[in-house]
Design a protein around this ligand. Structure first.
Ligand SMILES: N[C@@H](CCC(=O)N[C@@H](CS)C(=O)NCC(=O)O)C(=O)O
Length: 206
């Protein structure tokens, strides 16, 4: 049985959605930095960064980093389900997963914890970091839409569609996309409605 360290309304939603889509059994251990206690202590033991999603495989292997987790699930699930079977399309999907992790999810981490990125750090500096990172995040999403919209498959979502759907919910990215890239924004809404994942997303976001 796979164990997912996660929390409502967090990035663990994407791994739950991928597991649901692949029909893989898992249990969730409710753990997060903002919810200190024994479960968070256990998360810190397996992932010293204390970040979710963290996935514990059957053999005890610890997987962190949402893109790595999704690529692993894509390689082990039914071929073609979470990662495209065709090599060029798969390469593009892997590029997109790493793009989101490196350019969008990482920006969210700066916005959530600006004090980690300045020394010394006063409130004005933190506010400047947050404002600049948020603007850059929105720019990154616009470029993502331009590069990936054509191959985006909202009606049969794989790892890339699921990660884009979850990470774009944060820091005003959806409003930005709705205004600047409305067709791509509509695709994200369609992914949320897919019957394999709709319940997972409702549980996280209701
Ligand atoms: N690079 C990680 C980032 C994960 C991450 O930042 N998760 C957030 C929750 S959505 C978290 O646990 N933050 C707590 C922290 O950074 O201390 C990934 O791609 O999975």
């Amino acid at each position: 049985m796979l164990t997912l360290y996660g929390s409502k309304n967090s990035g663990s939603a994407v791994v739950e959605a991928a597991l649901a889509r692949a029909g893989l059994a898992y249990t969730v251990l409710d753990a997060a930095r903002w919810n200190p206690g024994p479960a968070y202590d256990e998360l810190l033991r397996v992932n010293p960064l204390g970040q979710i999603p963290t996935l514990l495989l059957d053999d005890g292997t610890v997987l962190t980093e949402s893109a790595a987790i999704l690529i692993h699930l894509g390689l082990t699930a039914t071929p073609g389900l979470l990662l495209p079977a065709e090599a060029s399309a798969r390469a593009l999907a892997i590029r997109g997963l790493v793009y989101i992790a490196a350019n969008c999810y990482a920006a969210i981490s700066v916005i959530d914890y600006p004090e980690r990125w300045c020394e010394p750090c006063d409130d004005a500096t933190k506010a400047q970091i947050v404002a600049g990172t948020r603007a850059r995040l929105h720019h990154h999403w616009g470029l993502f839409a331009d590069a990936f919209e054509r191959g985006f498959n909202a009606d049969s979502p794989g790892a890339l569609e699921l990660l884009a759907t979850v990470v774009s919910r944060w820091s005003g990215a959806r409003s930005h996309l709705q205004a600047q890239r409305p067709a791509f924004h509509a695709q994200l809404l369609r992914v949320e409605q897919h019957p394999d994942v709709a319940q997972v997303f409702q549980r996280h976001w209701s």
